[in-house]
Write a protein that binds this ligand. Sequence first.
Ligand code: HEM
Length: 327
Amino acid sequence: MAQSVSFLLVLTTLLAFAPFTFGGHLYPQFYDHSCPKAQQIVKSIVAKAVAKEARMAASLLRLHFHDCFVKGCDASLLLDSSGSIVSEKRSNPNRNSARGFEVIDEIKTALEKECPQTVSCADILALAARDSTVLTGGPSWKVPLGRKDSRGASLSGSNNNIPAPNNTFQTILTKFKLNGLNVVDLVALSGSHTIGNSRCTSFRQRLYNQSGNGQPDYTLHPSYAAQLRTRCPRSGGDQNLFVLDFVSPTKFDNSYFKDILASKGLLNSDQVLLTKSEASMDLVKKYAENNELFFEQFAKSMIKMGNVSPLTGPRGEVRKNCRKINT
Ligand code: HEM
């Protein structure tokens, strides 16, 4: 009896201190022993890329989102087409839009040199998203780590699960809820649109024919709409770029929420946060008023998004090249 009690004690003590890889838990110290320089290497390459082109911070932040909403945060987004794999890079939300893959490659190459087959591509995406936020003036957080990489991609998942800019508020919220995220996460994470660009094609409908009656979106400020129409014509110019936050397009701050209050949110999905739900309207107003509150919630919601169905322990693999599964 005493023996089995002490065995249980040893077991529970061991479990308490064992890395939680099998339970599917992620933790910030995951690479502390296996690759102590990992975070430093990611940060320096992201910093170099953002110094070269400020928009890269936005592009890298978005990659983590587009990864996590398809089969969880497993780097499925990074796979190129090959064999039976059809790349998610071809999906509607990603085609001619998702970018930053070369920066991820550069980070992976550096990490493979420092500690071969140790740091997953999914964790690189999570770290690069955090570093991009910090570099542009946003909040910091400890990134839980220990994700493994998938051995497959899902083009249909990418097309269907990532919200589209012309989705209704309800559809967007449902897509967040399917990932365990709520309206607070939706509003805070949409605050990412405080940096980065959008193509004309992603919001043209609002400028000319929002609801099929040949009229622009009445929730878009008329003179702002007129200004946008000069570079986003009825046809052509699909790839022309526009800043998502016209006040401070490369600074991570709460001006995105102020834009929305001024009817100058660029995407329909931005403006509906104010016009289609009382709960989200309250949050937009709060974040517009209180930058600190926005930053705190953004960090929490990023950690929550980063925890969407990770592969851990023996599930998945650490890819040697983020574009290909291991052979
Ligand atoms: C709420 C639903 C969302 C919708 C409908 C949406 C939609 C879009 C669209 C249409 C663009 C412009 C793409 C283009 O035209 O090439 C964009 C850009 C961007 N999105 Fe979102 N997004 C959403 C949420 C998020 C979230 C949760 C994040 C990050 C956590 C995010 C981060 C970004 C960033 C940073 C950019 C700029 C990227 C760049 O400049 O390369 N978005 N988004």
